[in-house]
Design a protein around this ligand. Structure first.
Ligand code: UT7
Length: 330
């Protein structure tokens, strides 16, 4: 059997309705709209409602992606949810999303933890599984309710994050030239402590002491990560272009992880790719970790920034530290 060529057949996204502005945040912690905007480019972010969980956001995004692909839940036999904010420590959020979407028991469903690189990791994993011929259509979802793990007393992190979900349906190409050209993943595990949630796992189980010590919230060495992020993304972009004998001029649109406008600007400068070829929505949604790239990708497509025949470059970095890139033709 010939190896099938895999393409993204549809995308979808969802953000909660509640908008949290910098102005409002400046009433909760010692910060200002000016500081947040100039240091990060963020103006506002979305916050999920109480009782709205990651699987709810994921299911909304997935439904939109299925419609865009012209498929139904019955067509899906592989479901991957990339998240660091699962509904529960177990079972996998993917199984909960499966139930919400009405996907049959024939489907393999699992979560993937690669933080902000989760969607690119998911694309690589799903496309390899589909190319094996053992699965036909996959849903790859990046979904996060980061508001549930943010320390709302910590101004160095709480201004950065937001809640959202984005999804893509993958399957055999429909003969229009669309395909996932390449994916490349990396990890630098020695830097795991730079960005983590210290407690709640087997190394440091939840206890009254971990709760009292605020150990269940995101801890980040922001300044250090900034520098590493730019270097890692440069490496990922250079290598994937080189391996596929492509140049930056052939990229119609870059969809970077939306962590900080200054990181995106630094990448644009060092890679000599004009900033107007980057799709940017960090101003409206902040850093939504695993949801960041699929949310931006879906928006970019809906706004006509990604057209048939275009090649897009997705590039991510995040906790782990994980990083990676993907080249996708539409
Ligand atoms: O997707 C996950 C990967 N994570 C990231 O991408 C994060 C990468 N890092 C960043 O985006 C930036 O490093 C931050 C936005 C987190 C911080 O920006 P920075 O320019 O690196 O600031 P800094 O950490 O060096 O802090 C500068 C000053 C400090 O005060 P002092 O020591 O100079 O007196 C901070 O205490 O700004 C202070 N500060 C704030 N002031 C007002 C930190 N957070 C705030 C705040 N409002 N929210």
């Amino acid at each position: 059997m010939a190896t099938p060529t895999i393409a993204i057949l549809g995308t979808g996204s969802y953000v909660p309705t509640r908008v949290l502005t910098n102005e409002e945040l400046s009433k909760k912690v010692d910060t200002t709209d000016e500081w947040i905007l100039t240091r990060t480019g963020i103006k506002q972010r979305r916050i999920a409602a109480e009782g709205e969980s990651t699987s709810d956001l994921a299911a909304h995004a997935a439904k939109a992606a299925l419609i865009d692909a012209g498929l139904t839940a019955a067509d899906i036999d592989l479901l991957i949810v990339a998240t660091i904010t699962p509904d529960l420590p177990m079972p996998a959020t993917a199984t909960i999303v499966q139930h919400k979407l009405g996907i049959g028991t024939h489907a393999a469903c699992f979560d993937l933890n690669a933080a902000c690189s989760g969607f690119v990791y998911g694309l690589d994993t799903a496309s390899a599984m589909l190319a094996s011929g053992r699965y036909r259509h996959a849903l790859v979802i990046g979904a996060e309710k980061l508001s549930s793990v943010v320390d709302w007393k910590d101004r160095t992190t709480c201004v950065l994050f937001g809640d959202a979900a984005g999804a893509a349906v993958l399957g055999p190409t429909r003969g229009d030239g669309a395909r996932i050209i390449a994916t490349k993943l990396y990890s630098e595990g020695g830097m795991a402590e730079m960005l983590c949630i210290p407690a709640g796992g087997s190394a440091n189980p939840a206890s009254t002491a971990t709760l009292a010590g605020d150990q269940h919230f995101i801890k980040m060495k922001g300044r250090e990560i900034f520098k590493v992020a730019v270097r890692e993304m440069e490496d990922a972009v250079e290598e994937i272009l080189e391996q596929h004998a492509m140049t930056a001029d052939q990229i119609a649109c870059v969809i970077p992880h939306q962590a900080n406008l200054r990181i995106i600007e630094a990448l644009s400068k060092s890679m000599e790719i004009p900033l107007d070829r980057f799709f940017i929505n960090v101003d409206r949604f902040g850093n939504t970790s695993g949801a960041s790239i699929p949310l931006a990708l879906d928006e970019a497509r809906r706004l006509g920034r990604v057209r048939r025949g275009d090649t897009t470059l997705l590039v991510a970095f995040g906790a782990g530290l994980t990083y990676g890139a993907a080249l996708v033709r539409w």
